[in-house]
Ligand binder design. Structure first.
Ligand code: FE2
Length: 455
């Protein structure tokens, strides 16, 4: 079956479809018919609009939702800065921390679990480019948490959309628009501004996040592939409306705003949306459903054929962020060096591994929960052992990546590595380059009798 067999079974219902106009009501009749903002919305609810794009964005980009809730989000005390000495996830706003722009290839050992913190405090910026205050660029995070968020706390990022890639553990996410269960081999996207609370039903969690400061993720164009394949629109799942009634408890709404943490008190739950409709919502996707395309004749195509989601820059075809996966697949190409080729790229490539072994690196240094970064024009490719093996392999049809799922965050931006990513995490493999490529042997043999300059 083209779907993942998860240890923890699904417990929520979803609305299927990517970029589909959805509507959902937890009580029959809670959605107004026709009008978005009637004088008296059903059952005494308040109407609130949530804009994920400018009002006037073109139709194909426009993302807005209407929420019908017990109390509007604006009913809260002023936000106050919190943990200002320690909390900062903005790559360009770190007065006490250097961002390292370096051309070396980098690889990290598996990042540590941290059972002492919740979701909000689990976010470690590893690398990034741009600035959320200018709505440009991306942030790449590692998260590791062991505690549920406080029962009366909710969190949102004003800085960008979170694309969350769990590697270990399960995220049970209560959002304003409904609930999502996200397990390893699934991803979820929580757009800018949507409030949520993360619980950990299977214990500690760890994984990767790409925060997109500009635009939103889209499905890639399919060109000559046609109207299906890669990630199919019907496999993306949005939550159904689900609400709590609580207007007597003190809640804290936490905001990540320009990388800093703020908190506001309110006397009602933010999870009080009884019904909603629109195009701006969180969603999840099972990577096991990806319909992988590859060569059935010769040569290794560009890895763009493995793109799940893309966020384009203002230059079509050039992505601020691509989310690319390397799923289990058959290799059948004839007379072909089948692993990825040696490469230098104007794009930066950050890779992670959810489970298994990535087929281009068999030396054991690229492990689940680890990572690598090949920045703009930093040379990379198969390690010496993989090259030797693949150059001499019998080219029968072969399944690779069985039980494995590697992924890449690819960006047109040169990413800087944070002090935490380069030093404090203590996971950088100092011998990555030597281990991978110093062992490559010279194979060139000048043809008998040829001399330099003879044509
Ligand atoms: Fe590459």
């Amino acid at each position: 079956m083209p779907s993942t067999q998860f240890a923890l079974k699904e417990k929520y219902r979803y609305l299927n479809g990517f970029n589909s106009y959805h509507e959902s009501e937890a009580i029959d009749g809670a959605l107004p018919i026709g009008a978005n903002s009637p004088q008296k919305p059903p059952y005494g609810l308040y109407a609130e609009k949530l804009s994920g794009t400018a009002f006037t964005a073109p139709r194909h980009e426009n993302q807005q939702s209407w929420l019908y809730r017990v109390l509007p989000s604006s009913a809260h005390a002023p936000y106050e800065a919190r943990e200002s000495a320690t909390y900062n996830t903005n790559p360009e706003n770190k007065p006490h921390e250097k961002i390292h722009h370096i051309p070396n290839q980098l690889r990290w050992d598996p990042f540590d679990m941290n059972e002492t913190v919740d979701w909000v405090h689990s976010l470690h910026l590893v690398a990034g480019a741009g600035d959320p205050t200018m709505k440009t660029g991306i942030g790449i995070f590692i998260f590791a948490a062991g505690k549920d968020m406080d029962p009366h706390e909710a969190f949102y990022s004003a800085d960008g959309d979170f694309l969350v890639v769990p590697q270990h553990g399960v995220l049970d996410i209560q959002t304003e628009l409904g609930r999502l269960l996200v397990r390893p081999n699934e991803i979820c996207v929580i757009p800018r501004g949507i409030r949520y609370r993360v619980m950990l039903p299977s214990g500690p969690v760890r994984g990767y996040i790409l925060e997109l400061y500009q635009g939103h993720f889209q499905l890639p164009e399919l060109g000559p592939i046609g109207s299906n394949c890669l990630a199919n629109a019907r496999d993306f799942q949005a939550p159904v409306a689900d609400f709590d009634e609580d207007t007597s408890t003190t809640w804290h709404v936490l905001s990540k705003f320009a990388g800093r943490l703020f908190s506001a008190k309110q006397s009602h739950t933010p999870f009080d949306v009884v019904a909603w409709h629109g195009l701006y919502y969180p969603y999840k996707y099972d990577l096991g459903r990806f319909n992988t395309i590859g060569s059935i004749s010769y040569d290794h195509p560009d890895p763009s054929i493995f793109t799940v989601l893309t966020a384009q820059s203002d230059h079509p075809g050039t992505a601020v962020a691509d989310f690319v996966i390397f799923p289990p697949r058959w290799l059948v190409a004839e007379d072909t060096f089948r692993p990825p080729w040696y490469h230098r790229n104007t794009m930066s490539e950050f890779m992670g591994l959810i489970h298994g072994q990535y087929d281009a690196k068999t030396g054991g240094g690229f492990q689940p929960a680890g990572a690598s970064l090949h920045n703009v024009m930093s040379a990379h490719g198969p390690d010496a052992a993989t090259h030797k093996k693949a150059s001499n392999a019998e080219l029968k049809p072969a399944k690779v990546g069985e039980g494995s799922m590697a992924f890449m965050f690819e960006s047109c931006l040169m990413v800087g590595v944070t002090e935490w990513g380069l030093k404090k995490c203590r996971k950088v493999q100092e011998d990555y380059n030597a281990e991978s490529w110093e062992g490559l042997e010279v194979r060139f043999k000048r043809p008998e009798g040829s001399k330099y300059g003879e044509w």
